[in-house]
Design a protein around this ligand. Structure first.
Ligand SMILES: *Cc1c(COP(=O)(O)O)cnc(C)c1O
Length: 488
């Protein structure tokens, strides 16, 4: 299948190059010009299960992967989930909550990051290896490590800010098993880690040296089509379940509320919409970093604003990279117009979309934002009225959904387990919080009478395998050492 850059229709490649490269040479994102032609037969989906749905969706984007191989890859990824249905739909108060956090790291990123390594495996040529470099502020790093661990012909090196993650997040990474993984604490903040990794990617000479040894430098970040496309599946799967359970009639339009940061999750919903899913509205939910809320309400994207650290850290973002794909489609697949907005963003820190685009945007999208106080209040209110415990990210989505109850059936996406953020959740519930994260975890388990996911509670006992702290100048050296140690 043919992909092109959002910024130039001349930069084209097939799905395998798109998977391995991540983004195009001009900085654009890979998009599919014929998305609207990929319409799925909704009626046929209703009798399927998650994996069959996944095959129906993914085969339309990766038609170069043979049927049996794609089905195997889907099975390998989702065998690792704690529930057989991969994602779980539960009724909470007036809303349907879509739990996306039953994967190995208890966050929604698992849905894509368990699959991506296998898709990359299909993309590699004979004797090639993929070397994945990832800078992380916490969650993505762990989900990527868990996804790539012991996947043949891949290696993954993760760089996190040494003093910039929670204790649980750090332990999740430093105790990672697998013979093809390595983790480094970087002295500096997340931006330092990100910049240091980007520098290696930009080092043409180094890349050529690696290419000679049949090693392809790759990233696992959320603009990769291998991250985006697996997320389309759960929108269709949810619709299918709602029809089957008699909550909606086939063809009835529904709403989705999506806690958003980099705009990948909700964009996958938009892809599903383009492929024929009956959606009335997407509610884009943000925390105090409300650049998307302002954009959807006014048509002006302005990244020139203060950055807040919130209790929903995975949504603390000022530049939502995946939004570029939506601009491309809303502009009628106009590469020049899209490139123009991105140039303005780079040069001035802001851009304003055309009136026509704004109208199209607002027909389908609406936006809400919430402070930490409002988010905490939502966690407590929902727990006290329904007994259901939300994590701070999911609570932002839930609070947004509550504003649209009269518009129809609403599904709100739950993106992380509450046990990943025990201190924030306990505090929201009005409980005492200790300095020690594992005490908080146990307090939360006792308070709500539920067990934390195995993978989180077990962390205390696992041996730490990686405790290297390196300077940000030494990323390249760390790669060379890794390759030497592994005789690559
Ligand atoms: C990454 C993440 C989000 C935001 O998703 P985007 O695709 O970046 O919009 C929300 N919640 C959690 C828990 C996440 O890890």
């Amino acid at each position: 299948m043919l992909y092109e850059s959002t910024r130039s229709s001349r930069l084209q490649c097939d799905e395998f190059e798109a998977l391995l490269k991540g983004s195009a040479e001009d900085g654009g994102l890979y998009v599919d010009r014929k998305l609207q032609e990929k319409e799925l037969d909704l009626h046929a989906l209703i009798g399927m299960d998650y994996r069959q749905c996944a095959y129906e969706v993914l085969s339309r984007f990766f038609d170069g992967i043979p049927e049996k191989m794609l089905k195997d890859v889907i099975g390998q990824a989702y065998d690792r989930f704690a529930v057989p249905e991969t994602v779980r739909l539960v009724k909470v108060g007036p809303l349907h909550v879509l739990e996306l956090f039953h994967g190995p790291t208890s966050a929604f990123k698992d849905v894509a990051l368990t699959l991506l390594p296998h898709l990359l495996g299909c993309a590699l040529k004979k004797e090639e290896r993929a070397l994945i470099l990832t800078a992380t502020s916490g969650d993505t790093g762990k989900a990527a490590l868990a996804g790539f661990a012991d996947v043949p012909n891949t290696d993954i090196l993760v760089y996190y800010p040494k003093d910039g993650t929670s204790r649980i997040q750090e332990l999740q990474m430093t105790t990672q098993q697998g013979n093809n993984v390595s983790v480094y604490g970087l002295k500096g903040n997340f931006d330092d880690a990100q910049t240091a990794v980007k520098k290696v990617f930009a080092d043409q000479k180094f890349r050529e040296e690696l290419a000679k040894r049949k090693i392809r430098l790759t990233s696992a970040n959320s603009i990769n089509i291998g991250r985006l496309t697996p997320q389309i599946v759960y929108y269709f799967d949810t619709y299918r379940k709602l029809v089957r359970e008699g909550c909606i009639k086939e063809g009835e339009k529904i709403l989705f509320s999506v806690p958003s940061g980099n705009f990948g999750d909700v964009l996958a919903g938009y892809y599903a919409y383009c492929m024929g899913l009956p959606v009335k509205r997407f509610i884009v939910a943000s925390n105090a970093n409300n650049v998307l809320t302002d954009f959807i309400r006014t048509g002006v994207y302005d990244a020139g604003r203060p950055f807040y650290k919130t209790i929903s850290p995975s949504m603390d973002i000022l530049i939502s990279s995946n939004l570029e794909r939506l601009l491309y489609y809303l502009s009628g697949r106009n590469n020049e117009e899209t490139a123009g907005y991105m140039r303005e963003l780079k040069e001035k820190g802001s851009y304003r979309i055309s009136e026509e685009m704004l109208k199209k945007l607002q027909e389908l999208f609406t936006a809400e934002c919430f402070s930490d106080e409002e988010t905490s209040a939502a966690i407590r209110r929902v727990y006290e009225t329904t007994g259901y415990l939300l994590d701070p990210h999911s609570a932002v989505g839930y609070a947004a959904a509550e504003k649209y109850l009269e518009e129809g059936v609403i599904v709100t996406l739950a993106t992380a387990s509450p046990f990943k953020f025990p201190a924030y959740v306990l505090k929201a519930l009005g409980k005492e919080v200790s300095e020690e994260e594992f005490s908080n975890l146990h307090l939360l388990e006792e308070y709500c009478g539920k067990k934390a996911p195995e993978a989180i509670s077990r962390l205390q006992e696992l041996p730490v395998r990686f405790n290297k702290a390196i300077a940000k100048e030494d990323v390249k050296q760390s790669i060379e050492e890794y390759l030497e140690e592994h005789a690559l």
